[in-house]
Write a protein that binds this ligand. Structure first.
Ligand SMILES: Nc1nc2c(ncn2[C@@H]2O[C@H](COP(=O)(O)OP(=O)(O)OP(=O)(O)O)[C@@H](O)[C@H]2O)c(=O)[nH]1
Ligand SMILES: [Mg+2]
Length: 368
């Protein structure tokens, strides 16, 4: 699961990346736009249910779900309106599953803005338009080729190409109306067809406004007010985050961090909120395996069957699948232990077709 961090130059993408990963990638007052290689890092997804399970089992190891973050270069100033994203940038972005769009709201004379002023809504709209234009150019190129293909093809192949043309024409209309593809309702077949194109505006999006230090903890800020209708109209959740402070928090050791957060009156670190929001974007759910060796979260897409979930762990477990012993996290917590849950009939035996739920604790029985 990969999440790409995007935004205009110097909006604080790398600062967000460092805040989330605890990393030390270089941040600079003058944009490194054009930097070719993205920063890549892996972060654990905070999960209070797993904390409770670890307190119960006291395992040797607790393994949280993870998200891979990709921090790319900003768009080259001035290039935005002309040519849009560079091809390298687009190539990196095509590979991610979701996008975190960082919008600058912090005012800092030491960090010049390419357009001279800080204006979150203008910046957000500009970048969003780039996603749409990048997709539109893919659609146009493909539509050109499809016409020739349809002439050449016969039978079911032709029908297939015609269906593709119809879908792409719909996409073109939406994009021309500046509507991101994530907002279209697609059938399962259409989604499958679209997947191959890895459209940027189809990827789930989270808007993060990078606020001033003084605005930390405020429920509402001018930037949030401006961006709320924008985010809603793009089908994207919205979060405020102060990348600079969060980056500093990430560099502290645990004890210092606790003191720092309580001094600021922050209950949940922004980092945790942001990582959780990024994970939720992906429309995935965790299930847990528990034991004295390890308490582990596994990430699956919603609707995954027990047999597939088993394969996540090991192909042998899927091959030799007998039954899944399943207890919902809430039931386990209520009963206090696996055995107590079993005595109360809360541990179910499920077959291969069972649809795994968010927070299921599963023990797979298998024989190979
Ligand atoms: N005051 C303040 N400065 C910030 C904040 N976030 C980032 N900065 C500063 O803004 C400058 C740019 O930050 P980066 O994280 O490098 O921005 P970027 O989006 O990665 O920039 P490019 O990769 O060059 O496009 C650095 O000097 C940061 O220290 C913030 O929340 N508040
Ligand atoms: Mg950067």
């Amino acid at each position: 699961m990969k999440v790409g961090i995007i935004g205009l130059p110097s909006c604080g993408k790398t600062a967000v990346f460092n805040a989330l990963t605890g990393g030390h990638a270089e941040v600079r007052a003058f944009s490194g736009a054009g930097q070719l290689e993205p920063n890549v890092g892996v972060v654990s997804v905070p999960e209070p249910r797993q904390d409770w399970l670890s307190a119960l089992y006291k395992p040797k190891k607790t393994t949280y779900a993870t998200v891979e973050l990709v921090d790319v270069a900003g768009m080259v100033p001035g290039q935005a309106q002309k040519d849009g994203f560079s091809p390298q940038l687009v190539a990196h972005l095509r590979q991610v599953d979701a996008l975190v769009h960082v919008v600058r709201a912090f005012t800092d004379p030491a960090v010049p803005h390419a357009d001279g002023t800080v204006n979150p809504l203008r910046d957000a709209e500009l970048l969003e338009l780039e996603l749409i234009l990048a997709d539109l150019s893919v659609v146009d190129k493909r539509l050109d080729k499809l016409d020739q293909e349809i002439q050449r093809k016969k039978g079911p192949e032709r029908t297939q190409s015609e269906a593709e043309k119809e879908l792409l024409a719909r996409f073109k209309q939406a994009l021309t109306d500046e509507k991101p593809l994530r907002q279209l309702e697609l059938t399962a077949d259409e989604s499958k067809l679209a997947r191959g194109y890895t459209f940027l505006s189809e990827k789930p999006l989270l808007v993060v406004t990078n606020i001033d230090e003084a605005e930390i903890g405020q429920a509402d800020t001018p930037a949030l007010q401006k961006l709320k209708p924008f985010a809603e109209s793009k089908g994207a959740p919205l979060l405020a985050f102060c990348a600079k402070t969060e980056m500093e928090i990430a560099q502290l050791d645990e004890a210092e961090r606790g003191e720092f957060l309580s001094a600021l009156g922050i209950e949940e670190p922004g980092r945790d909120r942001l990582v959780k929001a990024a994970y939720r974007l992906l429309d995935v759910i965790p299930f847990f395996t528990v034991g004295e060796d390890e308490v582990k979260a596994w990430t699956i897409t919603r609707g995954t069957h027990a047999h597939e979930a088993a394969r996540k762990i090991h192909s042998d477990i899927a091959r030799g699948f007998i039954r899944a012993e399943v207890v919902a996290y809430d039931a386990l917590r209520e009963c206090g232990s696996w055995n107590a849950a079993k005595d109360k009939g809360r541990v179910r035996l499920e077959g291969k077709e069972y649809v795994v739920h968010d927070g299921d604790c599963i023990n797979f029985r298998f024989a190979v």
